[in-house]
Design a protein around this ligand. Structure first.
Ligand code: ATP
Ligand code: MG
Length: 192
């Protein structure tokens, strides 16, 4: 599962875990993005802070790991390159699943070399509040053919909202894992 994870929250964790259970996946790899070109609306927190929070959120869960693949890439990072790198490391395309929320998958046709993505993995998407599932029908057929849709309990939270709450001094407890909350507070993240 890829994401900016700025910060990682229970919406991410629930979507990923539901995909894991539903598809009986052996491992779940969280892949925080490098410095993403498309997130200009706010200053993205450093990779290392986002990586640390993702580690804290997933620590102790046997099937979970966090990959530095995009953080350590020198050039601009694209999902297609990350999938290729996992395949080079020995994972068969039929065993590789890319998990995204509905908002992300709906913009897939703007991703670098997106036409190649369905050859490299199965796409998995879960509903996200505010994004109608019916929009999936507008995706090209070759994408829909490699798309698994899963129904999950709805968590109407976003990293944007959590950053705003932290900035306003409103609590973020129970929206993010406890250790992530402590990390945000101790490092003064999202404070102006
Ligand atoms: P931001 O508000 O900064 O865009 P975000 O909450 O959307 O953050 P991202 O890191 O952009 O989080 O998302 C990573 C992936 O997690 C995306 O595929 C996104 O669709 C999915 N996702 C995020 N929040 C939820 C949620 N509440 N329920 C289901 N999927 C989610
Ligand atoms: Mg987002």
């Amino acid at each position: 599962m890829g994401g900016t994870f700025d910060p990682i929250h229970y919406g991410h964790l629930l979507a990923a875990e539901e995909a894991r259970r539903f598809l009986n996946l052996e491992r779940l790899i969280f892949v925080p993005t490098g410095e993403p070109p498309h997130k200009r609306d706010h200053k993205v927190t450093s990779c290392e802070d986002r990586y640390a929070m993702t580690l804290l959120a997933t620590a102790g869960v046997l099937e979970y790991s966090v990959s530095r693949i995009e953080i350590d890439r020198k050039e601009a990072t694209h999902t297609v390159d990350t999938l290729r790198e996992f395949i080079r490391s020995g994972i068969e395309p039929r065993d590789l699943y890319f998990i995204t929320g509905l908002d992300a998958i709906l913009s897939i046709t703007s991703w670098f070399e997106y036409e190649k993505i369905p050859e490299l993995c199965t796409l998995v998407t879960a509903r996200r509040p505010g994004y109608p599932v019916s929009k999936i029908d507008s995706l090209p057929k070759f994408i829909r053919d490699k798309l698994e849709y899963i129904e999950i309990p709805q968590f109407a939270i976003s990293s944007t909202e959590i950053r705003q709450r932290a900035r306003d001094g409103r609590g973020i407890r129970f929206l993010v894992p406890h250790l992530v909350e402590i990390y945000i507070e101790s490092n003064n993240l999202y404070r102006s």
